[in-house]
Design a protein around this ligand. Structure first.
Ligand code: CCH
Length: 288
């Protein structure tokens, strides 16, 4: 492990291999959604990180600020208490790991366990003690909006068009819950498998407006799959659509780009001293 920053791996004396295993061993839950907590854990890390603004350096995963009022109650974070509470139980077993490191590590482990790419991850985030550094309730994307909004929000985080499309490919996982966001249904028929199926479904179907009382969303001809207006923007915006088609045709390419963009997302606003490494390389260092 010559390339692993042993300084940060040793920091805090955390047994990352044991933490990784505790996360992996508790992902499955037959009574929850599609049988896995993986998707909601990925969403927690994304919403913790996606508050970042490159304009003033505020937001981001450092601090685990969503534990506090008002961020815990921001509308976009509805339902994420499921993920926070689950990880709070794991934190009890490993009090030395920061919540901010645990939330981001859990998403990487979940993605890898669900068949996705290995994500570069490193420890070193610290927890805030109050909600003083919570960001305003306008940092995360609004699903009802289109390409300009997606570009503005992800551009504020510092992402390129290509990285935006790759990141939103995480909608291969999980589903929308009416009682959380108002939207309903999954994007793919394998919502606990990380794949490029979000893109193959997006390009491979004729999407029509769902006829219902809820907010505007789109459905495939079977009515089983859904797309948000913001998802449809990836198809209708010419620059986004080029990347969507690339990822639909080449899963390996999507995995590579996603892994790089997701690692970047989890580190926005974090000030680390050591080089990045992979989750597996860090955890393989064992008890440290
Ligand atoms: Fe997302 N997402 N997301 N999303 N998201 C929702 C669910 C998930 C948007 C809106 C929604 C990303 C980008 C966007 C996940 C990961 C990512 C829901 C339903 C909405 C609405 C919430 C509910 O009802 O439970 C919008 C808009 C954008 C961008 O414009 C990015 C980026 C990621 C990760 C890299 C995952 C995973 C879910 C499923 C959660 C679950 O509980 O199943």
């Amino acid at each position: 492990f010559g390339y692993v920053s042993m300084g940060s791996v040793h920091a805090g004396g955390v047994d990352y291999e044991a933490v990784r295993k505790a996360i992996a061993d508790t992902l499955e839950d037959e009574s929850y959604d599609d049988g896995s907590l993986g998707p909601v854990l990925v969403r927690l890390a994304w919403h913790a990180s996606g508050t970042y603004s490159k304009k003033d350096g505020t937001g981001g995963s450092n601090g685990a600020k969503m534990r506090f009022f008002p961020e815990a109650f921001h509308g976009a974070n509805n339902g994420l208490s499921v993920a926070r509470n689950h990880l709070a139980r794991i934190k009890k077993q490993f009090p030395e790991i920061s919540n901010a490191d645990l939330w981001t590590l859990a998403a990487c482990v979940a993605i890898e366990e669900m068949g996705g790419p290995e994500i570069a991850w490193r420890p070193g985030r610290t927890d805030d003690n109050d909600g003083k550094l919570c960001t305003p309730d306008d940092r995360l994307p609004d699903a009802a909006q289109g390409a300009d909004h997606v570009r503005a929000v992800f551009g504020r985080m510092g992402f390129s068009d290509r990285e935006m499309v790759a990141l939103i490919g995480a909608h291969c996982l999980g589903r929308c819950h009416e009682n959380r966001s108002g939207y309903k249904g999954p994007w793919t028929r394998a919502p606990t498998t990380f794949s490029n199926m979000y893109f193959t479904e997006l390009v491979g179907n004729r999407w029509t407006r769902k006829n219902w009382d809820g907010p505007l969303q789109y459905e495939d001809p079977t009515g089983e799959l859904m797309m948000l207006p913001a998802d449809m923007a990836l198809l209708h915006d010419p620059a986004f659509a080029v990347v969507v088609k690339e990822y639909a045709a080449d899963e390996e390419l999507f995995f590579r780009d996603f892994a790089a963009a997701f690692a970047k997302l989890l580190e926005l606003g974090c000030d680390f001293d050591g080089p990045s490494t992979t989750t597996k390389a860090v955890t393989a260092a064992g008890v440290v």
